[in-house]
Write a protein that binds this ligand. Structure first.
Ligand code: SF4
Length: 481
């Protein structure tokens, strides 16, 4: 079962804003990761312009996916690996479940993968009676807590040390502690047993390489290397867009990915996997399966205006600087992807109307574009999604939302194009605002559809004398002098 709660965005956002623990965690996250990103890009030997180069690399790959994916699969098959193209989430999950059943798997260990979150793999395995143990520390914590990730690369960012201490003492039966090293050791011990007894390893794929026929997986904990080499069977999931043509592209992309994700020069572990264990290899699985997932991506690819979204390498940098994510947290977005990337990609994957609040909730401040290691123009696509909601779009099955608002903006557009109409409207609002202005000179409550403006703050009424009038007066006085 796939978790899609995008309809609850507003309620969940309010919950997040009113949660002081979450507010502190998000503020710390944005200071720790968000602030250093721009400097990390500036300190690159090639300078921040490397992001543009990365954009070109990704865009070129996205425009040649058919050739690149064919090359990748040919090379993996030649080494004895299996490649399955899954049209949607159900097909991907079914393939993995069938593979698990064929090998009588009772336990699988999994590295962090947002793609498996997108397709609801864990729930499907649980329903089939097969345990999946998350092995990334953050994912392990939220799995023990029965929750979902709230950040692409820091899934347990919303949990405090004492919450984790309580959780571990309850689930792992250790004395309560908030010491990070003791907690990590406890998780390590519990996970080691899982690694050694799992029949299947599951991973995502950061970026595949068509030239060499490998997928890559990046981590800072070494858990993915264990998940992909110890069990007899390895199943890797990748979104169909996560590929580049050449190995030399990886040098650029991984340096940017690590800086964007965690202000690191390079992640701790970067593994290249191209098939099952070969003769002479000391370790590795007997069987390797790569599941390449479409699940709505072909539709994005076909749309020239949204195609750029497929350049995303899911680094999470845009979350670390987004003022909206920084207040409401990841759970409000109601799907695998949160923050600005979620606000664009989720409506495209689950339906623009269904996830409309995600793109309407963003501020369009542009911080996400500046932080993105592959220079994706998220604000442009947020605006585009809003235009689909205003005008409707049959290609995206998007129905018109809020026709009253569209009509109001139409009137507004006519007014601001005529000076006399604009002045008349200002005069009217100046007089009208007297009715709502309190003794403190502020408006604390507006009626009807305007009430949202004063729901959480007071508003200053329009100035008694407009700037233009004051300016004209000053000009006149200057000329007289
Ligand atoms: S949109 Fe850019 S910054 Fe955001 S997750 Fe994707 S690659 Fe990273």
């Amino acid at each position: 079962m796939i978790r899609i709660n995008t309809e609850n965005y507003r309620d969940e956002a309010i919950k997040g804003i009113n949660d002081p623990v979450l507010q502190k965690a998000l503020a710390d996250l944005q200071v720790r990761f968000g602030r250093g990103t721009a400097e990390a890009y500036r300190n690159l030997p090639e300078g921040p312009g490397l992001r543009r180069k990365a954009h070109e690399i990704r865009m070129k790959a996205v425009e040649n996916l058919d050739i690149l994916l064919e090359r990748l699969s040919e090379k993996i098959r030649a080494r004895g690996g299996h490649v399955f193209f899954a049209e949607d989430a159900d097909a991907a999950v079914k393939y993995c479940l069938e593979t698990a059943r064929k090998h009588n798997v009772r336990l699988a260990v999994k590295g962090k993968s947002m793609t498996t979150e997108e397709i609801g793999l864990n729930n499907a395995f649980a329903a089939a009676g097969i345990e999946i143990a998350e092995t990334d520390l953050g994912e392990y914590i939220i799995q023990l807590a029965g929750e979902h990730p709230s950040h692409i690369i820091a899934p347990a960012i919303h949990k405090t040390r004492s919450e984790i201490g309580l959780l571990f003492s309850e689930k792992l039966k250790i004395p309560f502690t908030t010491d990070p090293e003791t907690l990590t050791r406890a998780a390590r011990k519990a996970l080691r047993e899982k690694f050694l007894s799992a029949g299947m390893g599951i991973s995502g794929c950061n970026i595949a390489c068509a030239e060499t026929g490998h997928i890559t997986v990046v981590s800072n904990e070494g858990n993915i290397r264990m998940s992909t080499t110890l069990p007899k069977v390895h199943v890797a999931f990748m979104g169909m867009e996560r590929i580049t043509a050449r190995l030399s592209d990886h040098d650029i992309l991984f340096r940017l990915l690590s800086r964007g994700a965690a202000v690191q020069k390079m992640a701790g572990y970067v593994s290249y996997i191209g098939g099952p264990r070969q003769a002479g290899h000391a370790d590795g699985p007997d069987e390797f399966h790569l599941v390449i997932i479409d699940n709505g991506r072909t539709k994005i690819l076909a749309d020239e205006e949204f195609r750029e979204m497929l350049c995303c390498i899911r680094c999470g940098a845009c979350l670390n600087v987004c003022p909206v994510y920084g207040k409401i947290g990841g759970h409000a977005y109601g799907y695998a992807y949160s923050g600005p990337v979620g606000a664009v990609v989720t409506p495209l994957l689950v339906g623009i109307n269904r996830a409309k609040d995600l793109c309407l909730g963003e501020t369009l401040c542009g911080a996400c574009k500046d932080a993105c290691p592959v220079d994706i123009d998220l604000p442009r696509m947020l605006l585009l999604l809003r235009s689909k909601l205003a005008d409707g779009d049959s290609k995206w099955n998007a129905g018109r939302e809020n026709t009253g608002e569209k009509m109001l903006y139409g009137i507004w557009s006519e007014i601001v194009q005529r000076r006399w109409a604009y002045d008349a409207m200002l005069g009217l609002s100046r007089e009208g605002s007297r009715l709502f202005t309190g003794k403190d000179g502020m408006i604390s409550s507006l009626p009807f559809f305007l009430q949202g403006w004063t729901e959480s703050r007071d508003m200053k009424p329009p100035a008694r004398k407009s700037f233009m009038r004051q300016w004209k007066k000053l000009e006149k006085q200057r000329r007289v002098k």
